[in-house]
Design a protein around this ligand. Structure first.
Ligand code: ADP
Ligand code: ZN
Ligand code: ZN
Length: 829
């Protein structure tokens, strides 16, 4: 054993600018490795944290006396060198602290701290209890009584200071979970399925059964239908949903119940959206059509010269099938693949589509998973390095999956690269997974394929400039036509009194036709609630939130005025709160109102709504999609959620109810976003043989963006936008760094913001704009001011970071107004 004095620099799971140095007890000298977790005390109370070992050396810190490491949690590193390099880049580029990145990267269950709360895992199989050692069992018992314990309390129970290892082991044995799961707890929707009982499943018994029930016509019919639906005599026996069976056999539930009573059938339940081990037969991939084939060849040619390629293909051109081919090639070479997509597009639809080709080689990583499941994916991805086990060689996930411990990435797919959900808004690091994963790919010498029907202006520019390869597909798969896009002039229709509530005559006509043909309709309105505000016709008063500087939105259910920023509720006042007049009216409209009014005009039509209010539980979203897929819903009314990557084959009409409030949004990306949203939602129409129709309702039918959407003129939009961006010094020509300053006291904020921005101006001069109050200048009783820094591309990221940090550190250390909180957002979206 070596006896030298070793120091380690660790990243604590706290937002601190520096790494911290600890001294290693000599008995751990032979075990220490970079990327392991070390349990270390930090702060005055000596709280214990699991920190990450970043550097191993022999130099004691000069500013303080190094404390000792308590213990090491891992035998093997859980984070590798490539990740640490990636973290460094994120820390620098996004002007964040190492602990911020550490926190964003690791699942909660890998970041134990004294205050971490622990509870029993309700799914733990008590039959395994013998595998717990004495201390583990004690904790288990204590949790049965107390339900929730903090690490601190556990350490008191065991009379042990350091209990991280025990807790870690209990997590790995799946006996406990960390509390973050509490918030995420969701009940999966269970659907009943039918199968033969064990006895009935034996061939000769089955023959007897047929004889026995031969007189009970309906039962016989049901059994035969079951045999057919389940494909009993084929290689791959299928699961049969109870509802499907009843429908196919045209019988009621009571007949099935009879068969259950006779011990022929049994009912079992499965979660609709389980994303478990895929044990069904693989169906292989599809043969590419000519356009796809050509695109694939071009992508590969581009990859010979370039690391990043943009695949610009219209909606439904079959981009996913191309990804599948490239993924196949990468995994055959023994490489890992990361398939990044926006959270909302991570539907069972898409996952199952890939699972059918790749089976359980695919791991899925997203927020719906609890912390333990995330840790399992994490560990399986590490395993790849050591065992080359193919399980989870491919990972599909939302933005945080780029933090998984890949050791040998060959390919990163970024689907719907224009989506702003790749950007993390809160907390720091405010990274964009699209851009950060390009850096990750570089570290692995991997290739990146970005796909979109409506690429971000910045991305398309990078392709035009030759930084990325560019491959285009302009035809939909199977010769399906692009939808026909029509426009309704709401101003005109209103003047002629032809509007039926919010529906133009043309929209009414199109919907009627769709319903007659048993086709489905999607209506998009990007406001939730019933009406965005209440207006006094007498004095013009609009009720506002008492905590925020916004008007309150009326929600018919549960009949309240709500603030969309802080959640405050208020009763609907019968008269104006200012002048007392009863002449108060609801103004504008949201999804809730559309849903309601639709039911008035089409009483026989089933309408459902998909917005933040109806999808609060994780599963509700999937339920809506399944119901729409199964055609239990005729019209889906929704916000942005209905625009994303869904693939329904029976939607013939898509209506955009109000294009104007998107177009008028005060943001330099408003036009680009409007174009993307309208094109994406249009892409939901007519994905099979029949040509779909899209109707855009607007007050400005000749708005250039509306015309470009109608003509599917992405390039036109891109050129116009690029002109504006160049003129007004926005990305891609300049880099933006956005500062938000907040304080409860308006005067303090004003003073602090002035001082901070002056200090920035001293470094950056004219490049700094602000401070200004944003449109919404107060949220949750915090006043807000913004400032913007616009820097030329040529100025180094490092220099910018240095100067910004200097100003910020100075302000936070010495300013009279240092209680003003400052957040930094690089490349804001
Ligand atoms: P995109 O991602 O470009 O919007 P998708 O990959 O979802 O398009 O393809 C649209 C539809 O066409 C899907 O239902 C898909 O299964 C089908 N499809 C695409 N390519 C093929 C192919 N080569 N053979 C058979 N079906 C295909
Ligand atoms: Zn509020
Ligand atoms: Zn009034």
């Amino acid at each position: 054993m070596n006896n030298e004095t070793i120091f380690i620099d660790v990243i604590l799971p706290l937002s601190l600018p520096n790494l911290f140095t600890y001294r290693l007890p000599v008995e751990l000298n032979d075990d220490i490795q970079i990327g392991q977790r070390a349990v270390v005390p930090f702060g005055r109370g000596g709280k214990l944290y699991s920190a990450l070992v970043k550097r191993i050396h022999h130099t004691p810190p000069s500013e303080y006396q190094a404390k000792y490491v308590e213990s090491l949690l891992d035998d093997q590193p859980i984070v590798n060198g490539k990740q640490l390099k990636h973290w460094d880049w994120i820390t620098d580029y996004y002007i964040a602290n190492p602990g911020d990145v550490f926190n964003a990267a690791l699942p909660g269950a890998l970041k134990l701290a004294s205050e971490t709360k622990i509870l029993l895992n309700s799914e733990y199989d008590k039959a395994n209890i013998a595998e717990l050692n004495d201390n583990e069992y004690l904790i288990f018992e204590a949790l049965e009584i107390r339900e929730i314990l903090s690490l601190q309390e556990i350490s008191e129970i065991l009379h042990l200071k350091n209990v991280h290892k025990i807790v870690k082991s209990l997590i790995e044995k799946r006996a406990i979970i960390v509390e973050e799961d509490l918030k995420r707890k969701y009940k999966p929707k269970l659907i009943p399925l039918v199968r033969l009982t064990e006895a009935a499943n034996i061939e000769e018994n089955l023959e007897h059964i047929f004889n026995d029930i031969s007189r009970a016509k309906k039962q016989l019919e049901t059994l035969m239908t079951f045999i057919k639906l389940s494909d009993r005599y084929s290689e791959e026996i299928k699961e049969v949903k109870k509802a499907d069976l009843q429908k196919a056999a045209n019988v009621s539930s009571s007949i099935v119940t009879e068969l259950v009573k006779k011990n022929i059938f049994e009912i079992y339940e499965v979660a609709v959206d389980r994303i478990g081990k895929y044990d069904k037969q693989l169906i292989g991939d599809k043969t590419l059509n000519d356009h796809q084939e050509k695109a694939l060849v071009e992508i590969k040619t581009e990859f010979e010269k370039k690391d990043v390629v943009l695949l610009h293909g219209v909606t439904s051109s079959g981009k996913t099938e191309i990804y599948i081919k490239l993924i196949q090639e990468a995994i055959t070479k023994g490489e890992q693949v990361l398939y990044l997509l926006p959270e909302i597009a991570l539907t069972t639809q898409l996952i199952v589509r890939l699972q059918k080709v790749f089976g359980d080689v695919i791991g899925v990583y997203h927020s719906k998973f609890n912390e333990n499941e995330r840790v399992e994916v994490w560990n399986k991805v590490i395993d790849y390095e050591h065992t080359k086990s193919s399980r989870f060689q491919i990972v599909m996930g939302a933005r945080s999956s780029m933090f998984l411990p890949f050791s040998n990435l060959g390919l990163i797919i970024i689907d719907e690269e224009h989506e702003n959900s790749f950007k993390q808004f809160q907390p720091a690091p405010r990274y964009n997974a699209r851009d950060a994963s390009i850096v990750l790919a570089k570290i692995h010498s991997a290739k990146v394929l970005m796909g979109s029907a409506t690429p971000a202006v910045e991305t398309y520019w990078n392709a035009q400039e030759g930084k990325y390869g560019l491959v285009e597909i302009t035809a939909r798969h199977g010769g399906v036509q692009m939808p026909e896009i029509l426009c309704a002039d709401v101003k005109e229709a209103t003047r002629k009194k032809k509007m039926k509530s919010h529906f133009s005559p043309l929209l009414m006509e199109l919907m009627e036709e769709a319903f007659k043909n048993k086709e489905q309709v999607i209506l998009f309105q990007n406001r939730r609630g019933y009406a965005p505000f209440l207006l006094c016709e007498e004095c013009g008063h609009v009720p506002e939130c008492k905590n925020c500087d916004v008007s309150l939105t009326y929600h018919k259910f549960p009949n309240l005025l709500k603030c969309h920023y802080c959640g405050t509720n208020k009763q609907l006042p019968p008269t104006c709160g200012a002048c007392g007049s009863p002449r108060v009216t609801l103004k504008g409209f949201g999804t809730e109102q559309i849903e309601e009014e639709l039911a008035l005009y089409f009483p026989d039509i089933k309408v459902a709504r998909m917005d933040a209010d109806t999808t609060r539980t994780k599963n509700a979203y999937h339920r809506l999609i399944t119901d729409f897929e199964d055609k239990n819903i005729d019209v889906l009314v929704g916000t942005q959620m209905v625009t994303k990557g869904l693939d329904f084959d029976n939607v013939s009409i898509v209506g955009v109810l109000n294009a104007d409030n998107m177009l008028n949004f005060p943001d330099f990306r408003a036009f680009e976003r409007s174009y993307q949203l309208m094109s994406q939602v249009s892409g939901r129409a007519g994905r099979n043989k029949k040509r779909g129709k899209v109707l855009i309702q607007t007050y400005e039918p000749y708005h250039p963006i509306i015309r470009q959407v109608i003509e599917n003129d992405y390039i036109g939009m891109y050129k116009d936008e690029l002109g504006q961006r160049r003129k007004f010094k926005y990305p891609p020509f300049q880099r933006l760094v956005h500062f938000t300053m907040k304080h409860r006291d308006r005067d303090k904020l004003n003073e602090g913001a002035r001082e901070f921005v002056l200090a920035l101006k001293a470094k950056f001069g004219e490049r700094v704009l602000g401070p200004d109050f944003p449109v919404i200048s107060r949220i949750k009783n915090q006043y807000i001011k913004n400032a913007m820094l616009k820097v030329e591309r040529e100025i180094s990221v490092k220099k910018t970071r240095e100067l910004v940090m200097e100003v910020k550190n100075n302000f936070e250390a010495f300013s009279e107004y240092k209680s003003v909180k400052i957040t930094i957002d690089v490349d804001p979206m």
